[in-house]
Write a protein that binds this ligand. Sequence first.
Ligand SMILES: [Zn+2]
Length: 217
Amino acid sequence: MINLCFHGIGTPPESVPSEEAVYWITADTFRRVLDEVVDQPDVRLSFDDGNTSDVDVALPELVDRGMTADFFVIADRIGRSGSLSADDIRRLRQAGMGIGSHGMRHRVWRGLSAAEQHEELIDARDRIEEVVDEPVHTAACPLGRYDRGTLSALKRLGYSRVYTSDRALARPGTWRQARFSLTAGDTPGDVAGWFRHGERYTVRAADAARTFVKGLR
Ligand SMILES: [Zn+2]
């Protein structure tokens, strides 16, 4: 299966840092990508950073197509200009979307001190749980980066699923889920290409498994 990750849709507001703005795609591209994948059962969608385009653009398009997605929000940005408010997040949840943590301050989860790790993995989750009034047990690594220490902390703290941006296929049900993030230049054709690559990959893996089993006989 394949995980697709979106960030912002439309024109990024000035509050969005330039290193995040490259992940913004047009509303037209977004709709065409959704149409490309709507009938694919092995596609999962997620949205990082908690931009207001999540509710302004993505939510109605998802609802129109009967699709769901996971939204990873940055705890410290909730209610800020350009970011989802607490009410927006509850609206997403009530529409059947998943809500997960993207940490407190959108800093890289590598080489964190004990205090930083506490803030990113515990305090941020607490704050998001207060908003949705239920447990939060998924996380997405900011900027797609992580290290072994962060992964083991996430596991120890009871996160049931952690999403990266490793541009690889994912196996359903595994704890660590790789994702393909769309960037400004990506087209629906590119996304279709990732699928084709994915199919080849799956076939090769199946062939390898059969070869292995044959080897045991
Ligand atoms: Zn992010």
